[in-house]
Ligand binder design. Sequence first.
Ligand code: PMV
Length: 362
Amino acid sequence: MREQDFIPKQFSGNIEKGEVTWKSPSNIALVKYWGKKDNQIPANPSVSFTLKNCKTTTKMEFQQKPEPSATFDFELYFEGKRKEDFKPKIQQFFKRIEQYAPFLKDYKFIIHTENSFPHSSGIASSASGMSALALCVMSLEKELNPEVANNEFFYKKASFLARLGSGSACRSLEGELIEWGEHQNIPESSDLFGIKYPFEIDEVFKSYQDTILLVDKGQKQVSSSVGHNLMHGHPFAEERFAQAHSNLDKLKQIFASGNLEEFIAIVESEALTLHAMMMSSNPYFILMKPNTLQIINKIWEFRESTKTPICFTLDAGANVHLLYPEKHKEEVLEFIKNELVAYCEKGQYICDQVGKGAEKLN
Ligand code: PMV
């Protein structure tokens, strides 16, 4: 599909007012997206686990304006309170998707949004937030545009819109493994939207656990858009992008067989490569904290001494995602309590696991 295929051809429906609510999860990348071209096109393909518990719930009320106007009109509430500082992001999102959702200026919106995870946890809410909002916009479009009756098209376009809000958001709509970005050996893969991972997936990955160790709950030092831009002219960029393609190739056989040793080697290398890119860009930066490294070393010691297949991954921040199969849950939680909690800010961590994607609530 091409970008033009998402521009609606005609509208036959009409709806004066209503509301829709979607609950959409966050995701954690195994092969990382870092670096983008214009229009939120990723510089390399990525793949992620959709999460289950870290979610954003967004209710969008809409009311047709008496006259269409030249502005996007919306009020934004976060956890019940007016939130003016989130408005520019939504404004930018509406602007970016306007040609694909030309009805937006015909309505006034009241948007209520809340996260299932603590606001200042250092967990980026852009993937869950933008995917939930994109789904709300699509539910309105479904009332207006008969083309959207097709469920497959609905999700493709919702992912396409979510991508324009925040790249990784396009991987949050469905479960359990989502691939985004053109790859020559992955049929149907696209730079424009995420797809369900199309090859065999061993059962072990369908209930994989992700315990998020909150090392630093502060605001991100570097926004991801600044980070992505630093891959332009980065001395190692081309090698890195090629590595992501090759890691996706290797994962095909790993996802099918459930070979955890090989899985761990790729996932940890991807996390460290992401941070290595940040450390070697110009300007350079370090988002890991001393406790991030303490936790990584503890994970390696525990894995070595108990042979339990745990591993870590990182986002663009200091928190550590501890990944492991469900059958090891008890012993790993014990290990976290005994050895890792001490390195978490206020002893906090969030237990999550692989999930099936977004849900419509009304
Ligand atoms: O969606 P963005 O632009 O916030 O980028 C997120 C990039 C990483 O989280 C660091 C990696 C990824 O693939 O999710």
